[in-house]
Design a protein around this ligand. Sequence first.
Ligand code: HEC
Length: 99
Amino acid sequence: MKISHIIFFISLLLATFTLHAGDVDSGRTKSLTCGACHGPEGKSFNDHWPNLAGQKTGYIILQLKAFRDGSRYDPWMSPMATPLSDKEIKDLAAFYSSL
Ligand code: HEC
């Protein structure tokens, strides 16, 4: 296999990875409402609301989907997750894990 083919396949793999990963900037934009409780930089304002800064991407995605489908319930948090699309969840997870 020629070196140019190898480079082509590697770029293809990277492009695929990028397409599936969440977008940090979109997540930051979307996080404005979340920041009211979880803090603008993912550090919560009080003792009852969790910090999200630096949390694992996969864990955030699982929790947001659980709040959205009702398998995890909290009177504050559940209404926040209900309207989120899969893409918004991925972007928010990418943003908070990047902090
Ligand atoms: C009105 C306050 C409030 C807002 C706004 C809010 N949350 Fe939450 N969030 C909470 C509370 C309270 C919990 C803890 C719920 C529990 O105890 O189960 C929580 C939990 C979470 C968790 C799970 C954390 C963990 O460690 O398990 C994630 C992830 C999360 N919120 C993300 C978000 C995102 C993303 C947004 C914006 C779309 C958002 N929250 C908006 C109050 C809020």
